[in-house]
Design a protein around this ligand. Structure first.
Ligand SMILES: Nc1nc2c(ncn2[C@@H]2O[C@H](COP(=O)(O)OP(=O)(O)O)[C@@H](O)[C@H]2O)c(=O)[nH]1
Ligand SMILES: [Mg+2]
Length: 445
């Protein structure tokens, strides 16, 4: 890997808008030679932060295109370095010609995936949770994902965690002042007594925040719904009907579905992952049994199980499954049932007659809504967040509980609590994490 300091002598460029033909393509530049690049290509450096219509030329003075050019001098730019945007026509040959011209300029090279954001992070323009929020915003597929990611990328989690860290630092400073003071004057207790109730309150805030992690994960990663039932209960038909697409093969033959099939749905802005599974029955062959094993595995990890019962009585009864995953019991093929006299079912559907599907969807919706709540930007939503928050709360609890320990030890526990928050935002010591996080980006971001 290139030494980071040398890295920053390079000026990087990339197509930042999507690949493929488009009306306009945006090519982004960042680094110390941006001004030189602009002078070479358009003859001068346009007024900072003003869109200027210019002809772009190659180094040998051929006109390549006309487009809007924007110059953002550092440090008030996305990366903190001198940046520019070339908004050219989105044809392949145009983009190709401009990129080729840039790569021929002294000190220029094409950017690595995520490198613009990486520079923004290294220059203190964003912290890690904002970087993650930006990655999520680019990947967001549903309205709730967009809202959560937008708030996080604008610093909602950073503000929260920085605020907590400052409270911990302040408490430690007071303890340290106190034991310096106590050395000289030998006054027991005093100032530090007031900080413990305040820290206890902080612990409560962190615990409440951690409780909302599940909601954050559901919005970021999707609410997992698994369809279970006997072979031929109508699982694949229901999956296709809910997805409004033919995803799974539907057939009278038992054991048609053997692998897990999944489809992503957007349920009123909430991302839902719907999984179709192999039917559960005795006496199946090896491949089908493997399918059943996967089905049970998926069911254990699900947020909700749809347990199907064929009302025509042709398929067997719904299998008994244990576990504490929430479930909805769905009666299928309602069109084939002579009379329905069952109060153990949450809803009845007939895929054939397109009946009951909207009430099943609204049941689903209320379950998702209950699990994910109203999306606000201050939800922890990654495993990494949870781990550091837990480390923080454990150290904090240690400082609070061990009230007979010497103050030095309790202050040390507070330091560890604060450091966990520092790692969460990337303010301290996270070199090992960075490649992982920036790996989520593609070129041009
Ligand atoms: N009459 C009727 N038949 C259905 C309905 N849903 C599914 N079926 C039929 O039941 C059979 C098994 O369906 P399938 O979706 O493959 O069940 P799976 O094995 O649980 O995935 C197929 O022949 C479907 O056409 C329904 O609502 N009404
Ligand atoms: Mg099936």
């Amino acid at each position: 890997m290139v030494e980071r300091k040398d890295h920053y002598r390079d000026t990087i460029f990339a197509l930042s808008s999507g690949a493929g033909v488009s009306g306009v393509a945006v090519i982004r530049l960042s680094g110390p030679s941006v001004r030189f690049g602009l002078e070479t290509m358009i003859g001068d450096v346009p007024e900072a932060r003003h869109a200027t219509l210019k002809s772009l030329y190659s180094a040998d003075k051929r006109e390549l295109d006309r487009g809007l050019v924007l110059y953002f001098p550092g440090p008030n730019s996305f990366t903190g370095e001198d940046c520019a945007e070339l908004q050219v026509h989105g044809g392949r040959a145009v983009v190709q010609a401009v990129l080729e011209c840039l790569s021929g300029l002294d000190g220029f090279r094409s950017a690595e995936p995520g490198e613009f954001t990486r520079r923004a992070f290294d220059n203190g323009k964003m912290d890690l949770t904002e970087v993650e929020g930006l990655a999520d915003l680019i990947a967001a597929e549903t309205e709730m994902q967009r809202r959560l990611a937008l708030e996080q990328s604008s610093g909602s989690l950073s503000d929260l965690y920085d605020g907590w860290r400052q409270r911990l630092v302040r408490a430690r400073a007071m303890i340290e002042a106190d034991f310096d003071f106590a050395d000289e004057e030998d006054i027991p207790g005093s100032v530090t007594e007031t900080i413990w109730p305040e820290l206890r309150q902080l612990l409560g805030e962190i615990d409440r925040h951690l409780l909302s992690a599940k909601a954050g994960e559901i919005i970021r990663d999707g609410y997992r719904v698994v369809i279970l039932g006997a072979p031929n209960a109508g699982k694949s038909s229901l999956m296709n009907a809910l997805a409004k697409r033919d995803i799974a093969i539907v057939s009278d033959e038992k054991g048609t579905t053997r692998d897990l099939l999944e489809v992503h749905l957007d349920l009123d802005g909430y991302p839902v992952i719907l999984q179709d599974t192999a039917g559960l029955r005795d006496g199946a062959g090896a491949v089908e049994r493997e399918g059943m094993r996967r089905a049970m595995d998926a069911a254990r990890r699900a947020d909700l199980i749809l347990l199907l019962d064929d009302l025509s009585g042709r398929a067997g009864a719904a299998p008994v499954t244990d576990g504490d995953v929430a479930r909805l019991r769905v009666g299928t093929k309602a069109d084939l049932a002579a009379h329905i006299d069952r109060d153990d079912l949450d809803c009845l559907v007939s895929v054939k007659q397109d009946d009951g599907l909207s009430s099943l969807l609204s049941l689903l919706h209320s379950h998702v809504h209950e699990a994910a709540g109203q999306a606000t930007g201050t939800l922890p939503n990654r495993q990494r967040h949870k781990e550091y928050l837990r480390t923080c709360r454990e150290a904090l609890e240690e400082a609070l509980e061990n009230d007979s320990d010497p103050l030095e030890l309790r202050a040390e526990a507070l330091r560890r609590a604060g450091n966990a928050l520092g790692r969460l935002t990337g303010r301290i010591d996270v070199e090992d994490l960075l490649d992982l996080i920036f790996g989520e980006f593609c070129v041009g971001k």
